[in-house]
Design a protein around this ligand. Structure first.
Ligand code: V47
Length: 361
């Protein structure tokens, strides 16, 4: 491999990694631009194994997308709809109760809740939802509401982000998912999601949560109109935030799915770009404990290979995901524990079921 690293022109980056030195923006750019995928994978795998050994994590979870009605209407999103548009929906608290009750017999450890920025659901809908879930399923970890939704809830409640987070925690919130980060670049946000919370504010919400002891995840939506430089800027902004708070658990690169979006002319991402994003994020985000290959977006085959390109987590059983599937995602709606474990074992990794906070179960 040493010869390959020389050949790929990555020997100096290899040395930096061996010395535990932080990679800079220029290194990140060179990693994205290399065509030597095995050399890139080798480097990412060094860090992956240093941090997580041979373990590949998964979680037994349930997704609830409570409503797709959204005032942001981002161009890359097929999920969000105007209130009166065909296909728009909003779940009543009773429907949410039924969804949770339906699966009480399963060993689910996390419920993952994300929705649109709804124009008129009251603040109490969200706190009642949390309380309801905790009442029916007291032990469950609720990972809910992206930083974008949290900022919206703070506005609805007329409270600061900090007060809102405390109030949501009292109602049952345990951690925050990584959505809504997209790409922090103002250029991208102006073009694709001008209504959305700006990148700097997204980071502020995440850091406020971390200071209150609430852990969160982070994502990057790639494969649309972003440049390599914008991807690197996004990763470095996350790395700097993590230096300040240490509250991010995991980073998830999200592969853009164009179908039914305002960017349908863009081709879906290829396997090479998918693996590069996993590997480069593993190498740039030296202070993130985990990198997730979200099988729902990558497909199980690429997600399995990603376990050798920097990823140590496949997410979980999921069941009933709407954001990817409304944008043409062709993966299944769910995987069983047996299927995930088989996928992981066949890759030569050791499957470990985790809870949201990465405790081994
Ligand atoms: O914020 C929207 C993205 C995100 C599309 O924290 C799209 O563990 C691809 O963040 N193609 C929501 N992506 C999902 C998300 C997530 C998923 C799984 C695990 C975790 C975690 C977080 O989905 C949105 C947006 O960035 N998205 N539209 C699309 N067409």
């Amino acid at each position: 491999m040493i010869d390959s690293l020389e050949q790929a022109g990555l020997a100096d980056i290899h040395q930096k990694i061996l010395n535990g030195q932080r990679l800079n923006a220029e290194d990140g750019k060179r990693l994205y631009e290399t065509h030597h995928l095995p050399a890139l994978g080798y480097l990412a795998n060094l860090v992956r194994e240093q941090k997580n050994g041979n373990i590949a994590y998964y979680i037994y979870n349930q997704h609830i997308n409570y409503s797709n009605i959204c005032t942001n209407l981002c161009r890359f999103c097929a999920f969000g709809k105007e209130k009166e548009a065909p296909g728009s929906y909003e779940m009543s608290l009773q429907e949410i109760e039924e969804k949770i009750k339906e699966r009480l017999g399963e060993p689910i450890s996390e419920v993952h809740i994300v929705g649109g920025i709804h124009p008129d659901l009251p603040y109490t809908y969200y706190t009642d939802m949390l309380r309801l879930i905790k009442r029916i399923r007291p032990g469950i970890h609720i990972q809910a509401f992206t930083c974008v939704e949290i900022a919206h809830l703070a506005e609805l409640a007329g409270m600061s982000i900090e007060e809102t987070l405390k109030d949501l925690t009292d109602a049952g919130l345990d951690s925050i998912p990584g959505g809504g980060a997209e790409v922090f670049s103002t250029r991208i946000r102006e073009k694709l999601c001008p209504e959305k919370l700006p990148g700097g504010k997204w980071l502020e919400v995440a850091k406020t949560a971390h200071r209150l002891g609430i852990k969160s995840n982070a994502t990057m939506l790639y494969g649309h109109i972003e440049t390599v430089e914008e991807r690197i800027e996004h990763l470095i902004a996350l790395r700097e935030a993590q230096d300040e708070t240490g509250g991010f658990m995991c980073f998830i690169p999200l592969a853009f799915h164009p179908k039914n979006t305002g960017l349908e002319e863009i081709a879906p991402t290829g396997g090479i770009d998918d693996l590069k994003n996993i590997a480069v994020s593993r190498l740039m985000l030296d202070n993130f404990p985990h990198i997730k290959a979200y099988w729902v977006m990558l497909g199980p085959k690429v997600a399995q290979i990603a376990l050798w390109y920097g990823a140590d987590d496949l997410d979980g059983t999921v069941l009933e995901e709407k954001i990817t599937h409304m944008a043409g995602g062709e993966t299944a709606q769910a995987m069983t524990r047996k299927e995930i474990e088989k996928l992981i074992k066949a890759s030569g990794r050791e499957p470990v079921e985790r809870d949201t906070l990465y405790n081994h179960l």
